[in-house]
Structures are given as structure tokens and as C-alpha cells.
Design a protein around this ligand. Sequence first.
Ligand SMILES: *[C@@H]1O[C@H](CO)[C@@H](O)[C@H](O)[C@H]1NC(C)=O
Ligand SMILES: *[C@@H]1O[C@H](CO)[C@@H](O)[C@H](O)[C@H]1NC(C)=O
Ligand SMILES: *[C@@H]1O[C@H](CO)[C@@H](O)[C@H](O)[C@H]1NC(C)=O
Length: 318
Amino acid sequence: MHFTLSIVVLICLVGFAHSKSYTPFNPNDKGSNVPTISIVGGTAAAEGELPFVTVLRLGGYLCGGSLIGPSHVLTAAHCLTAFTQVNVTQFFVLINTLSVNGGGPNYVLRGVKKFIIHESYNIKPKDNDVALLVLSSPVAANSRFLQLPTDPAVATTLKPAATTTGKPMSTTKSPTACSCTCPTIKPSVVNGKTTKQPAALKAFSTYTNVTAIIAGWGTTSSGGSISTTLLKANVTILDNSICSRQYGTTFIGADMLCAAAPGTDTCQGDSGGPVIVNGVVVGITSFGRGCADPNFAGVYTRVSTYVNWIQTTQANNP
Ligand SMILES: *[C@@H]1O[C@H](CO)[C@@H](O)[C@H](O)[C@H]1NC(C)=O
Ligand SMILES: *[C@@H]1O[C@H](CO)[C@@H](O)[C@H](O)[C@H]1NC(C)=O
Ligand SMILES: *[C@@H]1O[C@H](CO)[C@@H](O)[C@H](O)[C@H]1NC(C)=O
């Protein structure tokens, strides 16, 4: 069996249908005028299983997103670069639905007030591919949300000092590095002794070899038809060295992770959607070469690197 997933979605694709509001997607449509989302090698998600995985209808584009709070959806920057703030009138967030067109017993539809793209996002090589949408009105406070990674002490070990240009320098393994930001971390974690920590405290680990869930409504093969139903699949998060061998310097391990499984991958239309480990969004579907190509894993934004940015941006844009 080949091992690797393929790539994730290339951009949200979709088609420039230029619809003023979202129009139903025909599952038989193929090609560039259909949004995509789909997961290659996936199985259908059950009602209520992944209520925090959202459909983003962005003008004519389709992307995925993660509901991380009553008013905030995490997605990929590359889903939004075609737009300015005036375009939010054509944005819709479909929450707690299995259908790319919305609907179902607990379906919630929201508009978008504004979006914020990471200041350092750049198209080449798609570094810092993270953005937030602010919903037009909050969803119920007791809705289910995806959690952000919560262990900055371990995360600092991921980022070599040489790559921190423009970002705060991390003090690897120093207890004081966390003294004001992570009071709940056990001292042993702060000291870098993570081997016996419960999984729940390892959110900022590298996630190497961890099984994660990918989900979306994108195409079920590269260039194929979208899925009108939410699909999910398991993938394995790979060691950064494997991703670097596949993608060369395009892969920036401090800011990205890659994941794969035989015959399984994210694909067009899945962009912006989550990689989930134990209810935590650890990745954002960003890019890949092909879909489920055994030689190329899907590449995802490494969310742990952006927790501070996400939380600050949420606070500044309620
Ligand atoms: C954004 O809105 C403007 C003004 O309505 C429109 O001309 C433009 O096509 C929109 N951009 C996209 C990518 O849909
Ligand atoms: C990940 O799994 C591979 C293959 O089983 C193994 O060689 C490697 O040591 C593992 N890495 C980690 C960090 O667990
Ligand atoms: C996906 O992974 C979970 C947790 O590791 C496991 O329980 C489940 O059976 C897996 N599903 C498939 C389809 O392999």
C-alpha cells in the first residue's frame, strides 16, 4: 500500500460562479466551476459527529473552516486572498450540517462581519496560511467548538531560532518562557519532560505519528466531483523530515505539518478545514501536490505555532 496522502486541497477552489449568495452545488458537476471539498478515501460523517467543521461559501469559492468560538471560524488565508472586506456580504458559514448546501436538524447559518488574514501570509510558499472569520452574530454559547492547542512550552521546541524573524524569540525549554502564558502547564512539561504526560497535555507536541481526522466536502479525487456530504478520514501526521523530503524548502516545519494515509487525503475544496486530534484543531488544510498521491502528503498549517495570533486576533475582533 502506498502511504501518503495527498495533498490537500489546493485552494479552495471553486469556481468562480460569482453567485450573489450560495447556490446549491450539483454533485455531478466536475471541474473548476465547482467548489470542492472532498476528502479522498473518506467515509460519511454522522449527524452531530463533527458539528464544528463548517462549510464556507465565499462568493463563488468553497472552503472549510473550524468553529473555535461563538463568533470565530478558523480557516486558511489562501481561501480569502481574492477578497476585500466589501465581499463579506457574499460570505456564508454553514454550521452543524452534513450537507455542503446546509440543512439538517441542528443547522445554523451565519453571515460574516469581517475577516482577518495573517499579516505574514505569503502566497509563495504559502507560509502562515491562517485566517479568522468573525461571524455576523454569535452562535449559541453551548455549541461545540474545536479547541486550540494548549501547550506552548512544548511548542517552542519546534521553532529553530533561525526561523523566528519577525516573531518573538522562543526560549526553548525555559520555565520562564511560560511564566505568564500557560499557568495550567505542569512544571514537568515546562521543563521539557514530556514523556509521561497524558495525551491531553501534549497538544503542542509535534504530533508526529499521531492519528488525526480530516474532514470536508471537497472533491473525492483530483479534478473529480465534490461531495455534497461531509466526509471524514483518518490520516497519520508525519515527521517533518518526511515532509521536507517530499516538498523541499516549500515545507516549513515550524509553520506546517504534513499528514497522509494510503489512498486518503484532502483535496480541492477542503482548504481551510481542520486536522483534528482529540477535539483539538492541530492543522488547517493548506496545500499539497495532487490528492492522495503516495509520494506527496497533504500539507497543513501547524496551528500550535499560531495560537497567540489566533487568540489575540479573536480578542481584538469580537
Ligand atoms: C468583491 O466585491 C466586488 C464588489 O462587489 C466585486 O466586484 C468582486 O468581484 C468581488 N470579488 C470576488 C473575488 O468575488
Ligand atoms: C514514527 O514512526 C516511525 C515508523 O514507525 C518511526 O520510525 C519513528 O521513530 C516514529 N517517530 C516518532 C517521533 O515517534
Ligand atoms: C480512525 O482512528 C480512530 C482513532 O485512532 C479509530 O478508532 C477508528 O477506527 C479509525 N477509523 C478508521 C476508518 O480507520
